[in-house]
Design a protein around this ligand. Sequence first.
Ligand SMILES: Cc1cc2nc3c(=O)[nH]c(=O)nc-3n(C[C@H](O)[C@H](O)[C@H](O)COP(=O)(O)O)c2cc1C
Length: 196
Amino acid sequence: MGKTDHIFDPRSIATHNGFMTKPIFILGSSRSFGNTRNVLMDVAGKADIPMIDLLTKRISFFDYNHHNQRDDFIPLVESLLAYDTIVLATPVYWYSMSAIMKIFIDRISDLITIRKDLGRQLNGKNLFVIASYGTSVPRGFEEAFAQTCVYMKMPYLGTSFFHSKPDTPDLCAANQQALEKARKLLFPVSVSDYPA
Ligand SMILES: Cc1cc2nc3c(=O)[nH]c(=O)nc-3n(C[C@H](O)[C@H](O)[C@H](O)COP(=O)(O)O)c2cc1C
């Protein structure tokens, strides 16, 4: 391959606020203004990334009889279709994702049963996870997300873990690395990095 094969003008594929990817945050914490939201603010920086707070939505447990099909889940998924990277943000609660995030994930079952049409439209969308933890990164935390992505044919971009009180140099460095990883994946090339 010649050297020029990799050269492209990022402005030709910029889709959102001058960034190449078009991410949306889904916050799944038991509090709207806690540590997990603060992490999202840090990751976004000056970028205006839309955020859906699951705590403000009426989304109930998966129901085999689909009596809940008119709650907020389907409209929420429809609103995701305009984005190409879905960022799930959850605190670590008892070594796992939050219950509110798990309810959201369980409802993906609606998308492979009564709304397959909608489920198919998630194929190819990237998934990235942001997790806020207070003690340690739990073993196997990423598995549920990674395997869900395989099932849904969604590229899994990985997880950035952020300690909620980074009071040692090691924790500060780990948080900084997590921040850089998230930003690199979500904003791979900023148009402003290129001369006009
Ligand atoms: C119910 C509950 C369970 C928790 N379990 C863990 C855990 O297993 N491992 C851990 O490192 N931190 C745990 N924490 C600490 C949270 O992960 C941490 O404080 C996080 O930043 C909270 O984010 P939030 O403010 O969005 O809820 C737990 C906190 C709560 C409230």
